[in-house]
Write a protein that binds this ligand. Sequence first.
Ligand SMILES: [Fe+2]
Ligand SMILES: [Fe+2]
Length: 148
Amino acid sequence: MHPTHPHLPEGMRTGDERMDSTHDGFMDLMQTLRDTPPTERLPAYDALVRHTEAHFAQEEQWMAELGLPPQNCHAGQHANVLETLHEVGKRARQGDLGLIERMLDALDEWFALHVVAMDSALADALRAHAAAQSEAARARSSVLSTLP
Ligand SMILES: [Fe+2]
Ligand SMILES: [Fe+2]
């Protein structure tokens, strides 16, 4: 456990503080949902869905800033998961609250793999991009300093 991200296991840290903080919040909301009695879970479930929508949208914004096409594999996983989350919410509202428990188990498993396979690569690409940008800025300012 990391002191600043208490809900995020060490092996699931990407090193990007913004991303790790969102992931920690996601794990926290999943735990809150587990700690809520099954018949009272809808508000906590909706909070998890809203958090996830913002979480995925932020990562997709970063992908766009890196010049990745919107229909990439990472964004595709997000879209599939959101679609399932929305469907489960709809059916839970119709009375099938047991589905939330199954969704939580599936989400737990999926998220651990997603962070390692997809989010870590995005964090690496964001770091490489930031390093290239600051290198370019340094080169520009050193060229400018040679001008009379
Ligand atoms: Fe993520
Ligand atoms: Fe992601």
